[in-house]
Design a protein around this ligand. Structure first.
Ligand code: ADP
Ligand code: ZN
Ligand code: ZN
Length: 735
């Protein structure tokens, strides 16, 4: 037998190897192997098996790594699809479906010493008092880790060894599973009585197995309960489920909702969690739990879509509109789209859920590719919060200081909540104190030396920082221009740090806490702050999108959006859609408890459709308006886009290469007649991390075909050494 193997060293090729007789029957598709390559040995993965090879004098597989193939053959096929559709090398795609933690040659299980009583030993005969105590603890536990035994009994390893010498006990290494949630106490929950809207949705999902659904439910409509019961349904049929959640929403709170329903007591391993904060060891163990079928529900971020679940019955993509589902490095796959492809190939039901579906998914629902399920009301009969739009153009400020940070209305609303003992969330999608530093004397603006971007002032740390590349310099006290040196430095544009600062001055008795990536210093800060907020220790929580999603606090009755325009005017055709989504999500944090909620949106563009439709909680209205714009300009979802970006340190070479690339692409138009090529043009953020970037945008309704053509064209491309090309199919980030 012959095995075809992709090697981990990047070669964009597969190689044939003989399966030696002693390994016959042990090698299957997905098996990890070590093979000779040139004068060394390298790791690889078997992608197919054959009786014969066209090549002669084949070398043999040296050995098998691990006892079981780590991916299912189905997932391996998915990797191949990714390589083709997203135009990347097969081994790059393979790297994504197989996390590093399980790819290593050594077996990654943690072995610890365990102590247990030996049957037929002498038992308690002639033990000292101390030994007898230790004996009893072991007896109670049946088997206990040596370290733990020493801790409980306060004894030394020597004492325990004496028991071993007498043949009473055995000390032996055993695999011990790392459970990242080992210390959490989880209280089991039971299915909720579904209200009628939820029941209709659930019935549809359960009745139509293998179909695709878009679950459009307002925030708080109880989508999660629908997910939970749909999962219960597939478990009953002996199948498994994958639940994708954006990394940022993969909080202990979210995980707990799934564990509490399915994974308590003897079923502790039924739910596996995969996300980027797991240690390598934890990731390894979670992965193997899934592969061995002991975990049948996987909840995780983007890459969990590749979890080796066999007999997959259901894939859920929560917050399907989230851009973090797109991987911003090769392979540049979109986990939601991969979910649909995987569902199709494994006949699994796919449920995409969101309060603000992406234009792409809603469009698919409208034209019948997905079944649309609607949950238009909150599960607990609470009203949607009242949203007031505050026109900041009319806000008067004192002196010449420009518009104030807080409108009169928002200030009063906050004061009111403080008096009532209720909580407020204030949202601003920008970190730091000020977004730029300028000298009024000479006009100097502090810019990043590596990017075409002004530096953000972080006052507490007294640093200027680039939010693109992380460049960090101490904030100057005087204008750094040699001939100027003026002490009159001014700061413009506001960030969360400033909002926090101003709030403290306005409401000195309130407990104000900020939550953004600057404020989170230690691993458990996120959890701690949310805990404090839930317990009512914090009156006002200021934050970035970190607090916009999925969080549920009954005592929050006011949400203020300090400046709704931050993302509205970006050079991205999705700028409006993103703002609409963000406003709706943030507004959804208000009024989740007994008291009705209110939202104040401060903006300088009060009549923008994204703001007006969000104010009225009118998704459908926004969709219709936005689709008109997309259709006119031939943007997705009317078409699909591919972004080709050239980058390099010499702007001239980059620009020249972009023109050359365009010429190479021209012949494709003869094959793909609806192809539109825009550019080349400098990227909106021309320079990032010292690289200049030029872009070409291609649009077509026949993307699979275009991917194939692009792979052919780019393999023969002759670019200067210092210029690199990236191909991003279905891009979500155009900057
Ligand atoms: P979504 O995911 O749509 O934002 P959640 O699933 O978080 O909504 O539900 C919001 C709240 O409503 C939660 O506290 C949940 O426990 C509650 N809930 C959901 N379904 C029901 C139901 N059928 N009856 C009562 N409460 C429900
Ligand atoms: Zn100056
Ligand atoms: Zn920078």
């Amino acid at each position: 037998m012959v095995a075809r193997v992709t090697l981990e060293i990047a070669l964009r090729k597969e190689f044939d190897y003989l399966i030696p007789s002693e390994l016959e029957g042990c090698v299957e598709v997905g098996t990890r192997v070590k093979v000779p390559f040139g004068r060394r040995e390298v790791l690889g993965c078997v992608t197919s098996l054959a009786e014969h090879s066209d090549h002669d004098s084949l070398k043999s597989i040296t050995k098998i790594i691990g006892t079981q193939s780590l991916v299912t053959p189905r997932v391996l096929e998915l990797a191949r699809w990714i390589a083709e559709y997203y135009c990347c090398a097969p081994e790059t795609a393979l790297k994504s479906v197989l996390p590093d933690a399980v790819r290593k040659e050594q077996q990654g299980w943690r072995e610890r010493l365990f102590v247990r009583l030996l049957p037929g030993g002498e038992g308690m005969v002639n033990l000292t008092k101390r030994q007898a105590e230790v004996y009893h603890v072991i007896e109670e536990n049946r088997s206990i880790a040596l370290q733990e035994l020493l801790k409980i009994t306060g004894t030394t390893a020597a004492t325990v060894r004496k028991l071993e010498d007498r043949g009473v006990i055995e000390i032996a290494p055993q695999i011990s599973e790392r459970d990242p949630y080992a210390n959490e106490e989880i209280i089991p929950t039971r299915p909720l009585e579904l209200n009628s809207e939820q029941s209709v949705a659930l019935d549809e999902v359960n009745k139509n197995s293998g179909e695709f659904f878009l679950l459009h439910g307002v925030t708080g409509s109880g989508k999660t309960e629908v997910y939970l019961q749909a999962i219960a349904h597939v478990l009953e049929q002996g199948k498994g489920a994958i639940v994708l959640v954006p990394e940022i929403s993969l909080t202990p709170q979210t995980v707990e909702r799934f564990k509490a329903r399915f994974s308590t007591g003897p079923l502790k391993t039924l739910v596996a969690v995969l996300h980027s904060h797991l240690s390598v060891g934890e990731r390894h163990d979670e992965w193997h739990k899934i592969r061995q079928g002991r975990a049948r529900i996987v909840i995780g971020a983007r890459s969990a879509i590749f979890a080796p679940v066999e007999h997959l019955g259901l894939i859920i993509v929560d917050e399907e509109h989230e851009h973090s589902y797109k991987q911003e490095e090769a392979p540049r796959y979109h986990a939601r789209d991969v979910a649909v492809v995987r569902g199709q190939r494994e006949s699994a039901t796919v449920v995409l859920g969101s309060a603000t579906p992406s234009m792409e998914s809603y469009h698919n629902a409208k034209r019948g590719r997905y079944r649309l399920l609607e949950l238009p009301n909150r599960a607990d009969d609470k009203q949607m919060p009242l949203v007031r739009v505050q026109d900041m153009r009319t806000e008067k400020s004192k002196g010449d200081k420009g518009p104030p940070i807080f409108s009169q209305r928002l200030k009063e609303a906050i004061r009111d909540r403080l008096e009532q003992g209720e909580q407020t969330i204030l949202f601003l999608n920008r970190r730091g104190f000020a977004t730029s530093m300028q000298c009024p004397e000479c006009g100097f603006v502090a810019e990043c030396p590596n990017c075409s971007m002004s530096l953000t002032y972080h006052r507490r740390e007294q640093f200027l920082r680039c939010h693109v590349c992380g460049h960090n310099v101490p904030a100057p006290k005087y204008c750094p221009q040699e001939k100027c040196g003026s002490p009159e430095i001014r700061f413009h544009g506001l960030g969360t740090e400033k909002v926090e600062d101003v709030l403290r001055k306005l409401f000195p008795n309130a407990n104000v806490t900020r939550m953004d990536s600057d404020a989170l210093k230690r691993k458990d800060d996120f959890r701690r702050i949310l805990g404090d907020f839930r317990r009512g220790k914090i009156d006002i929580l200021v934050g970035t999108q970190m607090i916009a999603k999925g969080l549920h606090f009954p005592r929050v009755t006011l949400v203020g959006i300090v400046y709704a325009d931050t993302g509205l005017h970006l050079a991205d055709f999705r700028a409006g859609e993103r703002t609409f989504q963000l406003l709706t999500q943030v507004a959804g944090r208000a009024g989740r408890g007994e008291v009705e909620g209110e939202v104040v949106v401060q903006t300088f563009s009060p009549v923008h459709p994204a703001i007006q439709f969000a104010r009225r909680h009118d998704y459908e209205g926004y969709f219709e308006a936005e689709m008109e714009f997309r259709e006119q300009l031939y943007y997705p979802p009317f078409t699909r886009a591919a972004m080709l970006t050239l980058r390099g340190r010499s702007e001239e070479k980059v620009s020249f290469s972009a023109d050359y690339l365009k010429k190479q692409i021209e012949p494709i138009v003869e094959t793909i007649t609806d192809l539109q090529v825009s550019g080349p043009a400098p990227a909106p953020l021309l320079r990032a991390e010292t690289f200049y970037r030029y872009q070409l945008m291609l649009r077509t309704g026949r993307m699979s075909e275009l991917s194939r053509c692009l792979a052919a064209v780019t393999s023969g491309l002759n670019l200067p050494d210092e210029v690199a090309l990236t191909i991003d199919i279905d891009p979500v980030n155009l900057l």
